[in-house]
Ligand binder design. Structure first.
Ligand code: NIG
Ligand code: FE
Length: 403
């Protein structure tokens, strides 16, 4: 396997031990798709003879970014709903009137596999242009056995056809399918059966649900978690987004990888996440776009030492955002994370939220996924917004120029 050296770099490795995992005058050595060595260039082990050498001219290098919560595969858009909300209708009103998620379900079911793939690939490319190398994609706009499986298969196809790692999450418990009106418990029973089928077809890496007044009750959510547990699949939860349902504490009992949104998280919920080692996934795009005013309890999460991740939550209804860099800035300005916390939120903590141990920091043994930036320090990238200083992306040791 080829040994390749990137030298003359300033590295924010996010490895533990020092702020930013900072390495001044650093170098990275990759063998195949993994990092063999990362450190100060002056300490490069003498015996290693790289076949390829890249001089980065003192540029900043960070791990590849991880967008660990997206709903990237869907048909249509919800621009009309945006107009309605601007005229005063609430997100919940629109959902209860049969719009919202259900409108996207109709458009998704009507789209062909190729149409779903083409629209999702264009969105994925936009994220990749900012240095995203790993992405989680949820189903949840199919809401039937066939359409949920189709959306998961389209997500996996993105991972095969683009230079991107895709992790899929089954979110059949996103909204009640129209065919099941008034029969939410029957829907959950069927969704649990579909999960077994998705697992048998190797379509799914994790299981999610939407536990809220316009989603599913904690009891229904728990049935989904039990089905996931029987199949050996990890769980996560859209929890405490619009109200406090005690979803985070429930998910923590199932050792959830992450609980996501969390604006209405209680002190008990914070303690439950901490005890379970669950990641708090904060989604400033949805907070902003729904004009939410209740902030997630960031100070309490920080105090408790709960790892915080940041993602776009890209979806057509509550966060039609295709910039993880903008989320870095919003996590700081809206949620008062420090720039370093925000960066850890799209690297190390995002990896943890996906149960991935081979990425999220730059160190020997990790995947050679990294980004070269036109910036001096990552804090600058959190500070600017509407600006993309991504210069090159190296994924699995293979270098790509940015277009
Ligand atoms: O993460 N909260 C539920 N799910 C999405 C929104 C889905 C939609 O409105 O289409 C979210 O915000
Ligand atoms: Fe979401």
């Amino acid at each position: 396997m080829t040994l390749a050296l990137w030298r003359h770099a300033r590295i924010a490795s996010f490895a533990p031990g020092r702020p930013w995992g900072w390495i001044e005058a650093g170098a990275l050595l990759a063998q195949g798709d993994a990092l063999r060595w990362v450190g100060p260039e002056a300490e490069l082990p003498a015996g290693l003879r790289p076949e390829v050498e890249h001089d980065l001219g003192g540029a900043l290098v960070t791990p590849g970014l991880i967008d660990a919560h997206t709903h990237l595969v869907y048909g249509g858009d919800r621009a009309t709903e945006f107009e309605l909300r601007l005229q005063g209708a609430s997100y919940e009103d629109i959902a209860r009137a049969g719009g919202g998620i259900r409108a996207t379900v109709a458009a998704t079911r009507a789209a062909s596999d190729d149409e779903l793939f083409a629209s999702a690939a264009a969105r994925a490319r936009a994220l990749m242009r900012e240095g995203v190398t790993t992405i989680e994609i949820k189903s949840g706009y199919g809401l039937s056995q066939v359409h949920e499986a189709r959306c998961l298969a389209v997500a996996q196809r993105l991972g095969r056809e683009l230079p991107l790692t895709v992790r899929t999450t089954s979110l059949a418990a996103h909204a009640l399918a129209p065919e099941y009106e008034g029969r939410a418990d029957d829907y959950i029973a069927d969704a649990c059966r579909w999960l077994a089928d998705q697992q048998a077809q190797a379509l799914v890496d994790a299981v999610d649900a939407f536990c809220d007044t316009i989603g599913f009750t904690p009891a229904q959510t728990e049935r989904i978690f039990q089905a996931a547990q029987r199949l050996g699949l990890p769980v996560k939860l859209h929890a405490e987004q619009l109200s406090d349902q005690g979803g985070a504490a429930l998910a923590a009992r199932y050792r959830a990888l992450s609980c996501d949104h969390l604006e209405y998280l209680s002190a008990d919920g914070v303690a439950a996440l901490r005890a379970a080692g669950t990641v708090a996934m904060l989604l400033p795009g949805a907070y902003y776009f729904l004009r939410e005013t209740k902030l997630p309890p960031v100070a309490a999460l920080r105090e408790a030492g709960v790892p915080m991740a940041i993602a776009t939550d890209h979806n057509p209804g509550s966060s039609p955002c295709l910039s993880l860099l903008l989320m870095l800035n919003m996590a700081c300005t809206l949620f008062r994370l420090t720039p370093e916390e925000a960066w850890r939120g799209v690297t190390t903590h995002a990896a943890r939220a996906l149960g991935l141990h081979d990425r999220g920091m730059l160190a020997a043994g990790q995947r050679a996924d990294f980004v070269v930036w036109d910036a001096e320090h990552p804090r600058e990238i959190a500070y600017r917004f509407g600006h993309n200083p991504c210069r090159r992306v190296v994924r699995g040791g293979v270098q790509r120029m940015q277009s």
